[in-house]
Design a protein. Sequence first.
Length: 414
Amino acid sequence: MHNGDERDNGMVSPDVEKALRGAGRDVPRCDRVLLVDDEQENLDVLSAVLEDRWTVVSAHDGVEALDLFTSKGPFDVVIADQRMPRMMGVELLTRIAADAPETIRIVLTAYSDVAPMMEALDRGLVYRFMLKPYDADEVRAIVADAMLLKASTAAIAALSEALVERRNKLAATLDSLQRTQGHLVATERVATLGKLVAGIVHDLNNHAFSFSLLLEEIRKSGRPALEQAAERAWRAFADHLELLRLVHGYARACPIEARIAAVPAETFVEKTIRVSSLQADRRSRRVVPHIHPGVEVIRIDETQLRQALVVLLENITESCSDDASVLLELLPAHGGDLCVQVSEEVSAAADTSPDDGATRGRTAQPTRLELGIEIAQMVAASHGGQLEVHHVPGRGTRAMLVLPGALRQRGEDG
């Protein structure tokens, strides 16, 4: 390799080199000089001054220099004579500055051309200029400084890039840890809930058998009014039992996998509202369904999604005003996705744009139904989607479940 001090040869300091290697980055080494002059004698002299330390390539005018940049570049330092045919030195360096701004640009000029050189310096097009006639030691010192500047600039860029990458990795790691922590907390809560619900489901299953026997006797009584009342009570009992079975099944199988099947949208909405209406706090609330055009058959896990919507309906009901209705919407989203939206039925709540009060995955005002929101989050995740809950004081609460591909037919491309 070339003789001379390492820093003269465009090597960064040992401390910077250590930092670069620690960050997994290559240590920049700068040693390529492009000389541009229309007089061969000047090229020969400059080459003799520099080639013992650096790799030197020569060009006879600006056009040839630009061709060399394309075919043999990049170059770390360019030294160009100002007065050349076809292209002046400053014009060449201006074009190099646009295409390869990291290249250090030096111009050789006579004293009479100092004014345009100063303008080029002010515009950042030229690193510095050297006056003719030049001293050999001065030329070597200027090129050594230029090489070190080029290497230092490259090192700073590499370290900055490594810092950004590490910051992004750290942010991703923290986000992953937070999600994991949230999942563990939700899993623990749901497991506790499952133990409580299991006993209730067991007792109700026993009562269901007795209830069914009693219903059969009532049907034989020939008293229509009593029979209708008993039928309504049986449906209410059966729907309550179904809801508890859903929660129990979820708790036992956490985390869950969705069993996707095609379901008629209208039937799904009707049954979901019927199950939700059996909640004691929901009897005074009216749920208004709205199935948008294009939503006829949806590909979902019906049991899981109904469970999520029941807790969301109760959550919205708890936060909305006494005389408000709750809107349950199924609408198409981008690329065959399905958006299921639950909101207080007021004009402002229909606005789906983001707002300052928006939070992802839970209401801005915590409620006793936080566990239900966590369940809805995990149901959304099992479908590959997400849950967003927005609360705006005075405007209402809106929950949105976005389920990717739920409107696509089986085998249809995304």
